[in-house]
Ligand binder design. Structure first.
Ligand code: KG4
Length: 310
């Protein structure tokens, strides 16, 4: 592997515009311009609005990342960007920016898979330990992977409908929290108030979150219609405990099935406080990304580019 390479990484798959500069596996800067305040007005993501947000912010984010890392743009030796999966307009802004910059600097430009970036994110600034099981839980994805190397990643299970983060956000909206609801439900979590019981999913089935979403939102709407007391902490905490317990039981099932004891989590929901504490309690060898690398960020894109030695 060639050392001392400066990588410029671009992430624009959803609502965050992020640019990172890495020197090999070390992150020198990672700038994230977040669009959620603007989206709060609409209660969620509007693809056309986020594409425009990326187009307006990407140059400033790049300048900020270069300034923070004390790197001149001419020192960049490769560029990488998130090519999939994501919102097509948002991905396109990143792709056009990456290719134009690559042409003007005369450096190679590489495509990186966003989910694979999340999967390796717990090891940013160090080296990964293979094999490991990875659970990616975000606003778009809820899947478990067996990871043998940065290029040998096998999906074992996924959600058949809503993603867990999306479910947090929709229930959060019904409870009256701002977008995204996940961090708010977490902030107000009280384990002693997680008293409402919901049925468990069959462990060998794929994840499914639309049933719980409908059940909880119907419960909230019924209470509102009947003018009954709405205990948002009780409902939010009961849902959160159920959702996180569901994620953890599936991880335990695959850990036993594959005899794999190294466990990683990633994606926005990996910053959930109860999730992190339970993972540390249950699995001896667990890796959780730093908060800033759990949600969408370009550092994980650059780090994967380094690992696969492009
Ligand atoms: O990975 P991410 O930044 O990107 C998207 O998939 O868009 O994840 C965002 C998701 C949102 O659904 C958000 O509500 C959820 O992660 N999230 C959380 C927490 N922090 C972020 N969910 C539960 N608890 C949290 N502390």
């Amino acid at each position: 592997m060639q050392k001392n390479k400066y990588i410029l990484a671009i992430e624009t798959s959803c609502d965050d515009t992020s640019i990172a500069i890495l020197k090999d596996n070390k992150v020198l800067s990672c700038v994230v311009k977040n669009n959620s305040k603007a989206l709060n007005e609409f209660g969620g993501i509007v693809p056309e609005i986020v594409s425009r947000f990326h187009a307006e912010n990407i140059i400033e984010a790049t300048e900020d990342a270069l300034n923070e890392s004390n790197i001149n743009i001419k020192q960049i030796s490769k560029i990488c960007y998130t090519s999939e999966p994501g919102l097509v307009g948002s991905l396109f802004v990143g792709k056009i920016f990456a290719e134009t910059l690559g042409l003007s600097l005369n450096v190679p430009v590489y495509k990186i898979n966003h989910i694979h970036g999340h999967i390796l994110s717990p090891f940013i600034n160090s080296e990964p330990i293979f094999p490991f099981l990875s659970l990616i839980a975000s606003g778009k994805t809820t899947s478990i992977y067996l990871v043998n190397s940065p290029i040998d990643i096998v999906e074992l299970t996924k959600t058949v409908d809503d993603a867990v983060g999306e479910t947090f956000d929709k229930i959060g909206k019904a409870l009256g929290y701002p977008y995204p609801g996940g961090p708010w439900i977490d902030k107000n979590f009280d384990i002693n108030k997680a008293v409402l019981k919901f049925s468990n999913q069959k462990i060998e089935n794929n994840f499914s979150f639309s049933g719980i979403k409908n059940k909880v939102i119907t419960l909230i709407n019924n209470k509102k219609q009947k003018n009954e007391n709405l205990d948002i902490v009780e409902i939010g905490s009961s849902f959160m405990k159920w959702a996180i317990d569901t994620l953890i039981s599936k991880l335990s099932y695959y850990s036993k099935k594959f005899g794999c004891k190294t466990i990683c989590i990633g994606g926005g929901v990996a910053s959930n406080s109860y999730f992190k504490s339970e993972i540390k309690k249950i699995f001896d060898n667990s890796f959780i990304p730093e908060k800033k690398y759990a949600t969408d960020n370009a550092a994980m894109i650059g780090y994967l580019c380094y690992l696969i030695n492009l």
